[in-house]
Design a protein around this ligand. Structure first.
Ligand code: ZN
Length: 352
């Protein structure tokens, strides 16, 4: 299959097409997963060992829990045709970009290190692709970073298996990365935070093994960090390039609805990091989510998530609902040592 891409660089737009045996193979695997195959047989589009690659691809598909996913069997036979690469950005660092705090932070880190990154965004039929495209284009223009926008229409596949997979799009990041390989980058950045490495194609194993099979390293610069920590560093080092509030992670009409779970999580990080110094309305608008869904799991949250949430909410305790005030008070006492330790950690990051 051919993947169309638009390149926006210095206000000049160009349409190009790329393709590869790897993209064809990943597409085939995704399609058969949606079609509920039990086993998927493919030829080997890489130079890697076929058994190891079989194991890796099977692992990538095994998500979410409770959905039966297929076993991938890669044959000895190699396939290496249909490769059409594009070399304008040869040996650059490609950043998988979505306009959120994490991927924008990754871009800024590389800019700050003078590593000359290229942003790469993929429209694969995700529900919020239009506002996402707008955000991505606006930020790249502001940062004067070249942007590659690849378009891959998987909507007919998503409509077949959408119900079974819910929001999950199998092997999405692997597909995006395999398109990225057509630009022959030196490395690919897929920004994942330590508390958000949930899907197999954004996991430690993905970061560890991608380079072994596909011969280009793929990593996250924030693999040991949370969103709050990234924002602490952002304020100290990258604010001169872009205000973090300009990133978008909620795709309502104005990109900042202050009334969804994505906004709630984001504001915890903004407040806990002291990036902002005002009360976010979402703490009131989404109080039921916070009181119920979050606080019912507070004891099993990772330490960082728990303490960041308590630090953020306690900062504006008087403005919270009464129920939330009680929960915050009780848990701040219960976890006071943890919170003190966390505050110290965050303070340190602000001083880089
Ligand atoms: Zn929102």
């Amino acid at each position: 299959m051919e993947v169309k891409a638009k390149i926006i660089n210095n206000n000049i737009e160009k349409e190009i097409k790329v393709s590869s045996a790897l993209i064809d193979t990943i597409y085939e695997i995704i399609k058969k997963t949606y079609l509920e195959a039990k086993e998927i047989y493919v030829k080997n589009p890489t130079n890697a060992d076929n058994e190891q690659l079989s194991d890796f691809l099977t692992y990538i598909l095994a998500y979410p829990k409770g959905v039966e996913t297929p076993k991938v069997i890669v044959s000895n036979e190699r396939v290496n045709f249909n490769n059409n690469y594009y070399d304008e950005f040869l040996d650059r660092v490609l950043v998988c970009f979505s306009g959120g705090v994490d991927s924008t932070g990754a871009l800024l880190k590389l800019i700050d290190e003078r590593k000359n990154p290229v942003a790469f965004w993929c429209d694969y039929g995700q529900p919020y692709r239009n506002p996402e495209r707008k955000a991505v284009e606006r930020i790249c223009k502001k940062l004067n970073v070249p942007l590659i926008e690849a378009v891959l229409d998987l909507s007919d596949l998503i409509s077949i298996g959408g119900e079974r997979f819910g929001h999950v799009f199998p092997a999405r990041n692997l597909m995006i990365a395999s398109i990225g390989l057509c630009f022959r980058p030196k490395e690919i950045v897929l920004a994942g935070l330590c508390d958000e490495l949930v899907v197999p194609d954004k996991s430690l194993r993905m970061y560890d093994e991608f380079g072994k099979y596909f011969e280009v390293p793929l990593y996250s610069p924030f693999v040991d960090m949370t969103k709050t920590e990234v924002l602490c560093v952002w304020k100290a080092k990258w604010d001169k390039y872009l205000d973090a509030r300009e990133t978008v992670s909620c795709y309502s009409d104005n990109g900042d609805c202050q009334n969804c779970s994505s906004c709630a999580k984001r504001e915890v990080a903004f407040v806990a990091s002291d990036y902002t110094d005002y009360y976010p309305e979402v703490f009131t608008n989404q109080h039921e989510l916070i009181e119920g869904h979050w606080f019912s799991r507070v004891d099993i949250f990772q330490y960082e998530r728990r303490t960041d949430m308590l630090i953020a909410l306690s900062k504006y305790k008087d403005k919270l609902t009464l129920k939330l005030q009680e929960l915050v008070e009780y848990n701040c006492e219960k976890y006071k040592d943890e919170i003190a330790k966390r505050r110290k950690q965050l303070e340190k990051l602000k001083k880089v």
